[in-house]
Design a protein around this ligand. Structure first.
Ligand SMILES: [Zn+2]
Ligand SMILES: [Zn+2]
Length: 142
């Protein structure tokens, strides 16, 4: 399968607890086949219920499975992030960082903690502790 972002890049397979995830080493996006996320997070998480389609101006990406343009969707709990979902239900694409954010939001689910730990290893990702201080370097001009 090709990466929806990088196009020429072939997604590599990562295995998490017997579940195969497709990952782009270039842009660090990750693809979940239908219901894989549900399988990982367990508990009260249901892809169909947790995601809802929205209209957006953002450029559509192509589904790595069927090459149809994917639809934009938001999670019912995080309305600010646009996810890409296949129109015929092949799965969901997460751009870099989107997945961790989502899993953290649902960290009370039985499978979430160990999955976050695994993601941290894969992405060398550190949870956001502090907000970045924008150093205003005022350069004085004369
Ligand atoms: Zn990519
Ligand atoms: Zn598809």
């Amino acid at each position: 399968m090709r990466c929806p972002n990088c196009k020429d890049n072939i997604l590599i397979i990562l295995v998490y607890k017997d579940i195969e995830l497709d990952f782009c080493p270039e842009c660090l996006g990750i693809w979940f086949d239908s219901e894989e996320l549900q399988l990982i997070l367990q508990g009260d998480f249901n892809e169909k219920r947790n995601f809802e389609e929205v209209t957006s101006e953002e450029k559509p990406k192509k589904c790595p499975r069927c090459s149809r343009y994917m639809k934009k969707a938001v999670s019912k709990d995080i309305k600010t992030v646009l996810y890409d979902v296949c129109p015929v239900g092949d799965g969901i694409w997460f751009d870099r960082g989107e997945l961790e954010q989502l899993v953290e939001r649902y960290n009370e689910l039985p499978g979430a903690k160990s999955f976050l730990t695994w993601l941290a290893e894969v992405f060398h990702y550190e949870p956001e502790g502090e907000t970045k201080n924008k150093n205003d370097n005022h350069i004085e001009r004369r």
